[in-house]
Design a protein around this ligand. Structure first.
Ligand code: 3PG
Ligand code: CO
Length: 555
C-alpha cells in the first residue's frame, strides 16, 4: 500500500539546514544591454555560476517541461512553482482547457450545464484577461467558448475584458479587442446580441492577487456588475485607444470603463438570472473576484448589489475552499508534493515571501493547496507588499525583509528547510522599466547573499534557482534574436516572461564532499529539483518523481 515514508538516501545525511531560494523571473541569456541581470551588480549569483558544471547548471522552465501546451509557451510562476514543489510534470490549466474545448467535453460537464440553464432568459457574461499570453488565459479559448455557448443557446452575451500588456507587448490590447469585436460582429449577424460591456487594465482592475489590494477588485465589480465606471464609451476599441492616450497609462493599467448605449446606459451590468464565467484558467488573480461572485456573505468591499447568478470558473481556483463550486474544466490534480512528503518525514519547513509572491512559494509550491500540511512542522510568513504602486517605483521591494526573515529562521535552527521567493526581477521586469529592473536584480542578489551567509554559519546547504525567465531579456526579438523596433524606430520593450532556462546552484558547508550535478540529465527541468532537494535532506525521492539532478561520487 501507499506510504508517505521516504527511503533513506544511501549516502547523504539528514539534519542539514537547507535554504531553498527561488528568484522570481531570473533566467539565463546572452550578455547584452537588455539583460538586466547581466548589467546589474550581482556578485553572489556570479560567484555561484563559477561553480559550473558541478555545482551550477541550467534547467528548462518553459513549455512542455512545465506542463504547458507547446515549447513556444513561456514559463510562469504558477507552473514553475508547481513543478519545483511537485517533482513531476502535470498537464496545466492552459492545456486542460485546450483539450476540453477540442474534444467538446467542456460542454458536457456539470459546470457548463449549470450556466446553460440561464441562457434562455438571462445574459451570459464572460470576464477575463484578453490576450494570447497563455499565462492566465488565452483569447483563442475565449473565441471557441463564445462560439460553443452561442450554438448551445446563449442569446445574449456580454464580455468584460481586462487588457494585458504584461504577458504580451504593451499596446497589443488594441489588436486583441479588434479581434474580439470582429467575432462579436459575426455573432450579431447570426442574431445573437453579443457585445463587450466593460473593461480595464488587469493590474488596476480585477486581477489583484493574495488580497494585496481589494480596491482593484472593487473597481472591476463596479464596472462589470454595477455597470458603473469613470469612463464611458460606445465602443471598446475606441475606449482602449483613447484611454491609452492618458500620460503614463499602459495596457496593464487602463482605468475601468463601461460601454454605453445611445441613451448613456451601460449595456451589460450583471443582474439576477444571468450566467457568469470567469474565463482565466489560472487561479491567483481570479480567486478574489470568484469569492465576490460566489459568497453570499462577503465583507471585503461594499458590493452594493449582489446579483443571484449562475457562476462558473474556467477552472476551480481553490481546491480546499472549493471555490468556485462550479467550473468548466477540472484543474490539474497535483498530489503527493515534496512539501507534503517532507513533512511526513520529519522535515520542518519555513517559507516566506512578500504578499505579491507569497502564494507562489506556498500555494503553488504545494500543488495549489492553501494552508499547512502540519501546523506543528511548518511556518509560512508573509511580508506585506507595498500596494497601490507599480514596482519600478520601489524596485528593492521587500527583498531585504524577506532575507532577514530567512536568515533568522536559519540561525534559529528550528527549521530544516527555509524556502523563499524573491520577487524583484519578475515584478519589476513586468513594468518594462529597464533601469528599475537593474536595481531590482541587485537587490535580489544582496538578499541571496544574506541567506547564503546564514547557511554558512549553521553549516547548511543552499539550493538557489528561479521559476522562469524575465529580467534577463527586456526586448522583444524576431526569430533571429534581433531586437524588434516599432514604427517610430524605438525598441519594443518586453514586459513578459521569456523562454530562457534558469540556473540551479547547490553548495554550502553542509553539502557532502562528493555531491555534484550529474551529466546524464541534460534536458532537466524545474520538476527535477524536488528529487534533488529530497536527496539533500537525506531521502530518496519517490520512484515516480522526475529524476534527481545530483550524484554522489566517492571523495
Ligand atoms: C502576473 O500575474 O503578474 C503575470 O501574468 C505572470 O507573472 P508570474 O507568473 O511571475 O506571477
Ligand atoms: Co511574472
Amino acid at each position: 500500500g501507499f506510504s508517505w515514508k521516504l527511503n533513506d538516501h544511501p549516502k547523504l545525511p539528514k539534519g542539514k539546514t537547507i535554504a531553498m531560494v527561488v528568484l522570481d523571473g531570473w533566467g539565463e541569456a546572452h550578455a547584452n544591454q537588455y539583460n538586466c541581470i547581466h548589467i546589474a551588480e550581482t556578485p553572489t549569483m556570479d560567484s555561484l555560476k563559477k561553480g559550473a558544471p558541478e555545482k551550477w547548471r541550467l534547467v528548462k522552465a518553459h513549455g512542455k517541461a512545465v506542463g504547458l501546451p507547446t515549447d513556444d509557451d513561456m514559463g510562469n510562476s504558477e507552473v514553475g512553482h508547481n513543478a519545483l514543489g511537485a517533482g513531476r510534470i502535470f498537464a496545466q490549466g492552459a492545456k486542460l482547457v485546450d483539450s476540453a474545448l477540442e474534444t467538446g467535453k467542456i460542454y458536457d460537464g456539470e459546470g457548463f450545464n449549470y450556466i446553460k440553464e440561464s441562457f434562455a432568459t438571462g445574459t451570459l457574461h464572460l470576464i477575463g484577461l484578453l490576450s494570447d499570453g497563455g499565462v492566465h488565459s488565452r483569447i483563442d479559448q475565449l473565441q471557441l467558448l463564445l462560439k460553443g455557448a452561442s450554438v448551445r443557446g446563449a442569446k445574449r452575451i456580454r464580455v468584460h475584458i481586462l487588457t494585458d500588456g504584461r504577458d504580451c507587448l504593451d499596446g497589443s490590447s488594441v489588436g486583441f479587442v479588434e479581434t474580439l469585436e470582429n467575432d462579436l460582429v459575426k455573432l450579431r449577424e447570426k442574431g445573437i446580441d453579443a457585445q463587450i460591456a466593460s473593461g480595464g487594465g488587469r493590474m488596476y482592475v480585477t486581477m489583484d492577487r493574495y488580497e494585496n489590494d481589494w480596491e482593484v477588485v472593487k473597481r472591476g465589480w463596479d464596472a462589470q456588475v454595477l455597470g458603473e465606471a469613470p469612463h464611458k464609451f460606445k465602443n471598446a476599441v475606441e475606449a482602449v485607444k483613447k484611454l491609452r492616450e492618458i500620460p503614463n497609462i499602459s495596457d496593464q493599467y487602463l482605468p475601468p470603463f463601461v460601454i454605453v448605449d445611445d441613451s448613456g446606459k451601460s449595456v451589460g451590468p450583471i443582474v439576477d438570472g444571468d450566467a457568469v464565467v470567469t474565463m482565466n484558467f489560472r487561479a491567483d488573480r481570479m480567486v478574489m473576484l470568484a469569492s465576490a461572485l460566489e459568497y453570499e456573505k462577503f465583507d471585503k468591499f461594499d458590493r452594493v448589489r449582489y446579483p443571484k447568478i449562475r457562476y462558473a470558473g474556467m477552472l476551480q481556483y481553490d481546491g480546499e475552499l472549493k471555490l468556485p463550486s462550479k467550473y468548466l474544466v477540472s484543474p490539474p490534480e497535483i498530489d503527493r508534493t515534496s512539501g507534503e512528503y517532507l513533512v511526513h518525514n520529519g522535515v520542518r519547513t519555513f517559507a516566506c515571501s512578500e504578499t505579491v509572491k507569497f502564494g507562489h512559494v506556498t500555494f503553488f509550491w504545494n500543488g495549489n493547496r492553501s494552508g499547512y500540511f502540519s501546523d506543528k512542522m511548518e511556518e509560512y510568513v508573509e511580508i506585506p507588499s507595498d500596494s497601490g504602486i507599480t514596482f519600478n517605483v520601489q524596485p528593492k521591494m521587500k527583498a531585504l525583509e524577506i532575507a532577514e526573515k530567512a536568515r533568522d529562521a536559519i540561525l534559529s535552527r528550528k527549521w530544516d528547510q527555509v524556502r523563499v521567493n524573491l520577487p524583484n526581477s519578475d515584478m519589476v521586469g513586468h513594468t518594462g522599466d529597464i533601469n528599475a529592473t537593474i536595481v531590482a536584480c541587485k537587490a535580489a542578489d544582496q538578499a541571496v547573499k544574506m541567506i547564503l551567509d546564514a547557511i554558512e554559519q549553521v553549516g547548511g546547504i543552499y539550493v538557489v534557482t528561479a521559476d522562469h525567465g524575465n529580467a534577463e531579456d527586456m526586448v522583444k526579438r524576431n526569430k533571429k534574436g534581433e531586437p524588434l523596433l516599432d514604427k517610430n524606430g524605438n525598441i519594443q520593450i518586453l514586459t513578459s516572461h521569456t523562454l530562457e532556462p534558469v540556473p540551479v546552484a547547490i553548495g554550502g558547508p553542509g553539502l557532502a564532499p562528493g555531491v555534484r550535478f550529474r551529466t546524464d540529465v541534460p534536458t532537466g527541468g524545474l520538476a527535477n529539483v524536488a528529487a534533488t532537494v529530497m536527496n539533500l535532506h537525506g531521502f530518496e525521492a519517490p520512484s515516480d518523481y522526475e529524476t534527481t539532478l545530483i550524484e554522489v561520487v566517492d571523495k
